[in-house]
Design a protein around this ligand. Structure first.
Ligand code: NAD
Ligand code: TYD
Length: 341
């Protein structure tokens, strides 16, 4: 099956491509990625010459390019990972989030509509953040929870989800939406909580915990998410949404303490900083529908996944340092008033 995967040089997309190239020989992959600050060619450097992998540098907002790829390579399914993905960046610069996450998704859908005779499935990679946030005692989000995004990032992702659903209802296109909780694992850009904290702990630098650190995230290993996406591609019912979660709710403060303990450092590095504006309190996912309809459930237990992940970052110092480009340094110093290196 010929797949167009967008955003495949990012964290989750590159893990997904690696999974498919290593374990599923029936897929041939075209990876369309704009190579933003988060799109790192090193994430897939082992596969550049793989016979079933083709890289195309370009944006999902470029209709002519997407049209060309769908027709030239007989694409049979599209999986859209491409996005601006960092909430903090969306607070300081929302515009690019609308460009890529909303207009880019619309561009893909328009091209999909033209090639509906050939493309059998479109999978939109969405997020639990579209549901808004929960109080500490609220039940977890289900697919029936009304969407109620609160950040520019989650609003752009929710807008994209609504366009995807509109193309199902209006044009009967076979689309599926997956919504997942916070991923952890190898190749995550070190502006996100876990790799950022590991890097700072190694360097004995302050660990910036937003607010009082009580905000809760549900953590899932990226490989479990990727297995879920594959099951949605193969078994998902058109028009449906599937939640994925890791069944591992942890407060940010406890996550930082966990990392400090694993790396043998003291808690004096913890530094409480100004809270993120509009900071979502808690996310939690009910994924019973995915279990029932897709036969999916997370396989990693939290400790095993985290220990593997911490080891990976410690062994991939160089990868982390290469991510820290001039652009990222500039952003970081604006955000925290300090230099990262
Ligand atoms: P990421 O930021 O690591 O990667 C995004 C990738 O998209 C990069 O390779 C970037 O170059 C590419 N990209 C950005 N704009 C593009 C454009 N206009 N055209 C083509 N490529 C473009 O993000 P990620 O963490 O891998 O997230 C992937 C998807 O999963 C996103 O849609 C995100 O909303 C969703 N998601 C992420 C998480 C998480 O915990 N990271 C959880 C749930 C859902
Ligand atoms: P993040 O990895 O940015 O993911 P998201 O905002 O999509 O959940 O952040 C995870 C949590 O960690 C979130 O509640 C914000 C918090 N956080 C900090 O406390 N300090 C940090 O330096 C970062 C990057 C995040």
């Amino acid at each position: 099956m010929n797949l167009l995967i967008t955003g495949g040089l990012g964290f989750i997309g590159s893990n997904f491509i690696r999974l498919l190239l290593e374990k599923y020989p029936k897929f041939e992959i075209w990876n369309l990625d704009a190579m933003t600050y988060a799109g790192n060619p090193e994430n897939l450097h082992d596969y550049v010459n793989h016979s079933r992998y083709h890289f195309v540098k370009g944006s999902i907002c470029n209709y002519e390019l997407v049209d060309y790829l769908l027709s030239e390579y007989n694409i049979e399914a599209i999986i859209n990972f491409a996005a601006e993905s960092h909430v903090d960046r969306s607070i300081s610069n929302p515009d690019v989030f609308v460009d890529t996450n909303v207009k880019g998704t619309l561009t893909l859908l328009n091209a999909f509509k033209k090639y509906r005779h050939q493309v059998q499935k479109y999978v939109q990679i969405s997020t639990d953040e579209v549901y808004g946030h929960l109080g500490f005692n609220d039940p977890a989000f289900t697919e029936k929870t009304p969407i109620h995004p609160r950040s520019p990032y989650s609003s752009s992702k929710a807008s994209a989800d609504m366009l995807v659903q509109a193309f199902f209802h209006t044009y009967q296109l076979p689309v599926v939406i997956t919504r997942c909780s916070n991923n952890y694992g190898p190749y995550q850009f070190p502006e996100k909580l876990i790799p950022l904290m590991i890097r700072n702990i190694q360097a004995d630098k302050p660990l910036p915990v937003y607010g009082d650190g009580s905000n809760v995230r549900d953590w899932i290993h990226v490989t479990d998410h990727c297995r879920g996406i594959l099951s949605a591609l193969e078994k998902g019912t058109p028009g449906e949404v599937y939640n994925f979660g890791g069944d591992a709710e942890v407060s940010n403060l406890n996550m930082v303490k966990y990392l400090l303990k694993a790396l043998g450092k003291g808690e004096d590095l913890i530094t409480f900083v100004r809270d993120r504006p509009g900071h979502d309190l808690r996310y939690a996912m009910n994924f019973e529908k995915a279990t029932k309809e897709l036969g999916w459930r997370p396989q990693y237990d939290f400790d095993t996944g985290m220990q593997e992940t911490i080891k990976w970052y410690l062994e991939h110092d160089e990868w982390v340092e290469h991510c820290i480009t001039g652009e990222y340094l500039e952003y970081y110093s604006k955000q925290y008033g300090t230099k990262l290196t």
